[in-house]
Design a protein around this ligand. Structure first.
Ligand code: SF4
Length: 266
């Protein structure tokens, strides 16, 4: 069993509530300070008195006044006054760096989203699957590759490719998307699937059906949707509960009659 030893509050400091309150009164308006909440030992001859905050917008926060005294001295001095969030206080959410916060939806026309200098998703085009070279050699080879037109300077690394595959598979184009779960068949058997090249082709293709929400996007082979090429017209009508006898013709005139069977509108 683990036990936590609670530090005993120095008696002189514990009795210094008025010293703490008066230091607080010198710093903030009286109306912002509520009742005394507690005194907590921080270290030997160091303690903090807590007072409720009555400041508008800071309900649940606590004024913390840290007091101390020298050894063998009874004079209490104030070290620090601060406002701290207490239980149930309204506080700002944790800071998230913009790099972790920004998403593809934030990029507007004309915006630039620079990649990090060290981006594990990319490797030099001539290094796919190889160990990284030192910077001088890499630059030399990059220059040569560029001069002889060997293609892109940077290409997707194995890490970048795996991350993309995991992201796509877990997202709206994967097998767990609601539309895929309700689909009559998988993309792998769909005539609208365009095969991709490279390692990603083992699990993904590109949907080329204008009536699918995935049109133009990579889809996993075990994804699917109701616009699968096997869904013929009769089948889709049946599924929607629209039989031939129940079709609504909105192009022709309707005749409306009253109870005396008199034509009242066309
Ligand atoms: S139409 Fe649907 S089933 Fe066919 S490839 Fe596109 S998403 Fe997959």
């Amino acid at each position: 069993m683990t036990t936590t030893k609670t530090r005993k509050v120095d008696a002189v400091l514990a009795a210094a509530t008025n010293v703490a309150r008066s230091a607080l009164a010198d710093s903030v308006a009286d109306s912002d300070v509520g009742h005394h909440l507690a005194v907590v030992a921080e270290a030997d001859r160091l303690a903090t008195h807590y007072f409720a905050s009555e400041q508008p917008g800071y309900r649940g926060w606590r004024w913390a006044v840290t007091v101390t005294r020298a050894p063998r001295q009874k004079v209490v001095t104030v070290n620090e006054i601060t406002l701290l969030p207490g239980e149930g206080a309204l506080v700002a959410p944790d800071w998230i760096p913009w790099r972790d916060r920004v998403s593809k939806h934030d990029l507007r026309p004309g915006d630039l989203h620079p990649r990090p200098v060290e981006d594990p998703r990319l490797v030099p085009g001539f290094l796919v699957g190889d160990e990284a070279l030192d910077e001088a050699t890499a630059r030399e080879q990059r220059d040569v590759a560029g001069e002889v037109g060997l293609g892109r300077e940077l290409v997707l690394s194995i890490d970048g490719r795996d991350a993309a595959a995991e992201r796509w598979y877990a997202g709206d184009a994967g097998p767990d998307a609601p539309i895929a779960k309700a689909a009559p068949a998988r993309c792998a058997s769909c005539g609208f699937l365009v095969r991709m090249g490279g390692a990603l082709s083992q699990a993904f293709g590109v949907c080329a059906n204008a009536f699918s929400p995935s049109d133009g996007h990579a889809v996993s082979l075990d994804h699917g949707c109701g616009a699968h090429s096997d869904v013929a017209e009769d089948q889709s009508r049946e599924q929607a509960g629209v039989g031939a006898r129940r079709l609504l013709d909105t192009m022709a005139w309707d005749t409306v009659v009253d109870t005396d069977l008199e034509v009242i509108a066309r």
